[in-house]
Each structure stands twice: as C-alpha cells, then as structure tokens.
Write a protein that binds this ligand. Structure first.
Ligand code: HAM
Length: 414
C-alpha cells in the first residue's frame, strides 16, 4: 500500500526541530515577558467574517489564501491565516478594555495560508506575535520594534534589515492614491507600457519598475511619506527619534506595503538576506482602526508577528542544551523487573530524569544504550542491585533504597 504523506506545504516537527523551537520559545518568553506581555492563545479557526472584515476583503490573503469550510450547520469557518484579528476579537469579547491599558499580549501559534509552497513558505506555519491594544503612543510602536529586534538578535538571526514607513490614515492614503494616479497619467509617455497599463489598477507598482525611463519618472513622483497629515507625521518623527535613541538601524521605505488592510501610521518589516526569496522574517505596525471595524469602540493598537520557520532558517546554529539522563535502570535478570520499574518511577518523583529498559536488550546492549543516551548512572537490578557511575566506570553493590540518595548526593557534589 502506498504510504500516506503529510499534505503539501506542511511539515512534521521532529524531536530535534522541537528542541530548537523550545529554545526559540524560551527566548520569546523572556524578551516579551520581560516587557510585561502576557501569553494568549485563541482558537485555530474563527468565523470567516472576522478575517474578511479584519484583514480586508480585497487582500490576497482573503481572496486566495484562506482555508474556509462550512461547519455543517451553515456557518462559515476559516483556519486562522493570522493572529491580530483573533486577538482583537478576544480583547472585545472579554471586555479587556476594562483592564489597565494597553493590554499587552503575545502568542506562539500555528497559522494557515494556502500559498504556493517553497523554502520558508508553508501552508501551516508558526508565528510568534505581540499585540499592544489600547495605546496610541509612539513609545508603544518603538518598544515593539525594539523587542522584535532583540528577539532576532538573541536568536542570532543573520543579516537582518529593518524597513520602516508610515501609512498615515486610510483617508490620507486615498487622497495620495488619487494624487499619484494623476501624476502617472500626466507622465504616461514617460512610463513603460506595462506600468502605463496598470495606472488605475495599482499605481503603487510603478515604484517597483526596473526600466530606466520609468525609474527616472518615479523620482519626481509624490510619496505617501511626503503627504502625511501633520499629526501622523509627528507620530512618525517620534517613533524614529526613539529608534535612533535606542540605536536601532532602519531604512525608510516609503513603498513598504504590507499584505493586510488594517494598518495605519507606523509599519515595519524585518528581512534577512540569509533567506531566499521569502526574506520577510517578521513585520507589523499600528492598526488604530481595527477594533472599531470589529464592532468595538475606537481603540488604538500596535503589534507584530514573526515566522518561526524563517527565524530558525536565518538563525543557523542554535545552541540546544543536551538532554539529561541521570539514571538508566537496567535489568540484570527478569526477576528484578518490578523493582526496576518502581525504581525508575521513584527516581523521577525525586526529581531525577530516569529511563527504563523497554526493548528486551541483553545487559551488554543495555549498557551500550545507556551510554548512547548519555546516562550518568546505570542501576543494574537483579537479586542484588549494582550502581555504575558511567563517567568513572566505578560500580558497586548497594541496597535498592540507597540508589536514589546516592545519585542525589553525587549530583550535589558534581
Ligand atoms: P505577516 O507579514 O502576514 O503579518 O506575517 C508575519 C510573518 O509570518 C512573516 O514575516 C513571515 O515570517 C511569516 N509568514 C507569513 N506567511 C508565511 C508562510 N506562508 N509560511 C511561513 N511563514 C510565513 C501578520 O500576520 C500580521 N498579523 C502581523 C501583525 C501583528 N501586525 C500587527 N500585529
């Protein structure tokens, strides 16, 4: 019979990978917990409406990338493609506006997008994310950026770059789009035919053109950053000053667009040149309109998410602590089976890590196996009990009841 494989674009987290992920998680806990962020987990699926409204009907994510299904009762559900809309839903549902603001939350969870799989791009992937809901301050944005930058640095994520911009408000954006479209129309004959054909559809694309004529034309084009309303411009200056003060390097990128509609004001993205085409390691920004869009009171908020797999690819080696085995309980003869079983249980209750022979190996095989596991001690249980120190090779007989105290004394001396 043909073997069944994991679905395309998914992967198994094998024990060695799990160990690296655990290291990443403990770093995230330390960096985010240290700044007062508390863990939240929301369901793996939500009402489809949440993402249609929150992420935006017209985005690629909602148009093409969602795993949407009928729950059998006529309700449309969707495997979450991202975490911000769900966290905001939870904030509103649990009345978290009554808590001291901002409410600072973090998560480490799987997300689902039906994208074409490639290195660093999967259909089920994990993100660590942070959201600060209820603060309009530039400090919140800057602090979030510094936290992500620190997380990437502690993980040793290589060749990172930070791109930063401000999107202002939806209204500024609309006005800007009209201004840019007018500029492109007026310079139509100085644009490549491809760009000229897409003026109405996606005027921002003109900034990405590679041909010399279009590029020259675009040098004179208005930028959104140059059109921000005074309060938005001020907010952006404040964020930049805080980042400058913190020594965080960034490139201003007026063309930074994110694939989600909820952003206002600050947006940012960390990329790593150590990754291939999928170079986005993590990104986010301010989303002052989202909570209202989901039915709440107007509530300013800001956050980011970073892809676990991409961080791990770009981090290269991560020092993983070796797994400890204090005691391996070997069977010297079948008669000792019950004592051996109980000795392993008692050892664990005493705080030691202990493993039991489970595969019917010969005594020699058991000692070899214990050595492979890196066990510090082996108790050989038969009519008598012998305890072998695997480092020194010393072995002596003792009472069953003396095994655990001896090891504990040994570890204290070590
Ligand atoms: P996003 O940019 O769509 O933002 O995703 C954040 C990160 O998730 C990306 O930078 C990337 O590392 C990782 N990622 C996204 N899609 C995939 C995929 N198919 N395979 C592997 N990794 C992937 C958001 O999701 C926003 N919710 C971030 C945010 C939080 N904004 C404000 N708060």
């Amino acid at each position: 019979m043909p073997l069944i494989q994991a679905p395309r674009g998914t992967f198994d987290v094998l024990p060695a990978d799990a160990a690296r992920r655990a290291v990443l998680q403990s770093h995230a806990e330390r960096v985010l917990g240290g700044a007062g962020y508390r863990r939240i987990e929301t369901p793996a699926f939500e009402a489809t409406e949440l993402f249609a409204r929150g992420v935006g009907e017209a985005t690629d994510i909602v148009q093409h990338e969602m795993y949407t299904f009928d729950d059998g009762g006529g309700r449309s559900l969707t495997l979450r493609p991202e975490g911000t809309a769900p966290v905001c839903r939870a904030y509103l549902e649990h009345g978290m506006h009554k808590l001291p603001q901002p409410v600072k939350l973090w998560y480490l969870s799987p997300f689902f997008r039906a994208e074409a799989p490639q290195r660093g791009r999967y259909r089920q992937f994990w993100q660590v994310g942070a959201e600060a809901i209820g603060s309009p301050s530039a400090e919140t944005d800057a602090e979030l950026i510094v936290l992500l930058s620190e997380l990437l640095a502690t993980l040793g994520v290589r060749e990172t770059r930070l791109r930063l911009s401000s999107l202002g408000t939806p209204r500024t954006r609309l006005e800007y789009r009209e201004e840019l479209t007018a500029y492109l129309r007026a310079h139509r004959d100085q644009l490549s035919p491809e760009v000229a054909a897409r003026i109405e559809l996606n005027p921002m694309r003109a900034f990405d053109a590679t041909d010399a004529t279009t590029r020259r034309t675009m040098e004179g084009a208005p930028t959104l950053l140059g059109r921000l309303a005074p309060e938005d411009a001020q907010h952006f200056v404040a964020v930049r000053e805080l980042l400058d003060g913190a020594g965080v390097k960034y490139e201003l990128d007026p063309r930074l667009v994110r694939g989600l509609d909820y952003y206002t004001r600050t947006v940012f993205e960390f990329t790593s040149d150590a990754l291939g085409a999928q170079s986005g390691v993590g990104g986010g920004g301010r989303y002052d309109g989202l909570l209202e869009l989901l039915g709440g009171d107007p509530t300013p908020a800001s956050g980011w998410a970073a892809g676990i797999e991409r961080m791990l690819i770009a981090a290269g080696e991560l020092p993983v602590a070796p797994e400890l085995v204090d005691l391996f309980v070997a069977l010297g003869s079948r008669d000792g089976a019950r004592e051996a079983f109980e000795l392993a249980l008692d050892a664990r209750r005493a705080g030691l890590s202990a493993q039991l022979e489970l595969a019917g190996r010969s005594l020699r095989g058991q000692l070899r196996h214990a050595d492979r596991l890196g066990a510090r001690y082996v108790a050989i249980v038969a009519d008598q009990v012998a305890l072998r120190n695997m480092e020194s090779g010393e072995q002596h007989e003792l009472e069953l009841a003396a095994v655990i105290p001896t090891i504990l004394r040994g570890s204290r001396l070590a």
